[in-house]
Design a protein around this ligand. Structure first.
Ligand SMILES: [Zn+2]
Ligand SMILES: [Zn+2]
Ligand SMILES: [Zn+2]
Length: 442
């Protein structure tokens, strides 16, 4: 392949040159909130270790009765269709050797993320070996796109590839393996189902098209259909105007102190969005529990600054920048603060301390709004920490109840934008409904 691969324009976006990032995906017309902007099947996937044996190795769907590959006993499938598709797509090239490989010293001494990379690489190479011209970018658009991506930063752990399972001859050339692996770190997506991480996947087209933004206007979600390879869909989180760039987040926006490092090590670039610029400038962020004895007071001041109560009443938010954040409040940006709030929220929900749950929930919302995190994160938190066994009393209960219902409603609105994802039509939506009726009946 001589000329660089150019992604096709879709109905909604086209690639424009960009001085900083090589290219950018630009809206060709106004895109309403909740639109599917792009979709593509995974080039390769690998289940997280904890999901092995609970989900199908081909379509990644959760199943209570999976069938094992009778030859290796290490791969599980929904049925004969998924097994056959996976066999043809590459499993037949590694089935005989996979157990010997995963029991080997070289594999065993890898860390968790190394083992994940090793599986992804094995699956990808096994698949490439089945092509009409094995390992040839001439016959695989996905491979030629992969090789056109910018390699990850050199001189760190990403420089040499992890061991991979020997593939039935013909084997790939070591140069090709290195070339492919050098594109792994920054082009590896975490696949979610019901907002939980279940697998990793390589989606070369999405990597090539969408740049990162910490406050994105679109996100990636995953669609798992029986008998099919998992697919990514990029969905708009708000109305996007014609000519505007469409960006997705590469990292968790909750990483306040470590994000700079993550960007440099994994992606080899520095994000220059207002949040990242501000965090870089400020440097060390004080520990809130050392700076403020009273975290509740700190929370109240944060809420007042953001105007979250007004937001909950009217749905309107007067956007504040981090620059405007008073110095004594800066410790709210310490990662430990968000972790602490999430934990309090979760713990008090489970213990039935309703008022406390609502209180920490609102403070958490204020923090999300401040750092420009999408409400999706809020929805995630609620999804992960169900409100059960709630036993409050009196007038306070009614107030808290109202707030919790409002937070749940915000979650629903957010999730509606994203639409259904993962492997069922219900998931978080159903859960929100269940929680609402629980709360109403308290
Ligand atoms: Zn399946
Ligand atoms: Zn097998
Ligand atoms: Zn940023």
């Amino acid at each position: 392949m001589n000329a660089e691969w150019v992604p096709p324009s879709t109905a909604l976006v086209e690639l424009h040159p960009d001085p900083k990032a090589r290219s950018k995906a630009v809206a060709r017309r106004d895109i309403p909130v909740g639109s599917t902007i792009f979709s593509a099947p995974a080039f390769a996937t690998a289940l997280l270790e904890g999901e092995k044996g609970h989900r199908c190795d081909y379509c990644l769907r959760e199943q209570s009765t999976l069938k094992k590959c009778s030859s290796c006993g290490s791969y599980w499938y929904c049925d004969a269709k998924c097994q056959n598709e996976h066999w043809q797509a590459g499993h037949k090239r590694v089935c005989k050797k996979i157990n010997q490989f995963t029991n080997s010293m070289a594999f065993q001494q890898l860390e968790k993320h190394g083992r994940m990379d090793s599986f992804l690489l094995t699956h990808l190479l096994a698949h490439l070996s089945t092509l009409s011209e094995p390992y040839s970018p001439e016959v695989s658009t996905e491979l030629s796109i992969t090789l056109s991506l910018l390699p990850g930063p050199s001189g760190d752990c990403a420089a040499s590839n992890p061991p991979y399972c020997p593939i039935k001859p013909p084997p790939p050339s070591e140069d090709l393996v290195t070339d492919i692996y050098s594109r792994f770190g920054n082009n590896n997506f975490t696949i979610h189902s019901h907002l939980n991480s279940i697998a990793h996947g390589i989606f070369p087209q999405a990597s090539r098209m969408f740049n990162h933004l910490c406050t994105p206007n679109a996100v990636a979600k995953y669609v798992l259909k029986p008998g099919e390879v998992a697919a990514m869909e990029v969905v708009s989180l708000r109305d996007i105007s014609s000519g505007e760039e469409v960006c997705i987040p590469y990292i968790d926006p909750a990483l306040m102190q470590t994000r700079h490092k993550v960007f440099q090590i994994t992606y080899g670039f520095t994000c220059d969005c207002p949040t990242c610029t501000f965090l870089q400038k400020v440097g060390q962020i004080p520990d809130p529990s050392l700076e403020h004895g009273d975290l509740i007071q700190l929370g109240l001041k944060l809420r007042e600054f953001v105007g979250v109560e007004h937001y909950l009443k009217t749905g309107k938010l007067e956007k504040k920048t981090l620059e405007e954040l008073p110095k004594p409040l800066r410790s709210v940006l310490n990662e430990s603060y968000m972790a602490e709030l999430s934990e309090t929220f979760s713990k008090s929900s489970h213990e039935g301390n309703y008022a406390k749950a609502a209180d920490s929930g609102v403070t958490l919302l204020a923090l999300y709004l401040l750092i420009g995190m999408h409400l999706l994160e809020m929805a995630k938190t609620q999804w992960n920490h169900s409100f059960v066994a709630l036993t409050p009393s009196g007038e306070e209960k009614e107030v808290s109840k109202g707030i919790v219902l409002q937070l749940l409603d915000l979650s629903r609105q957010t999730l509606q934008v994203l639409g259904t994802e993962g492997d069922s039509e219900t998931g978080p939506f159903k859960e929100i409904g269940v929680l609402e009726s629980l709360v109403r009946d308290v």
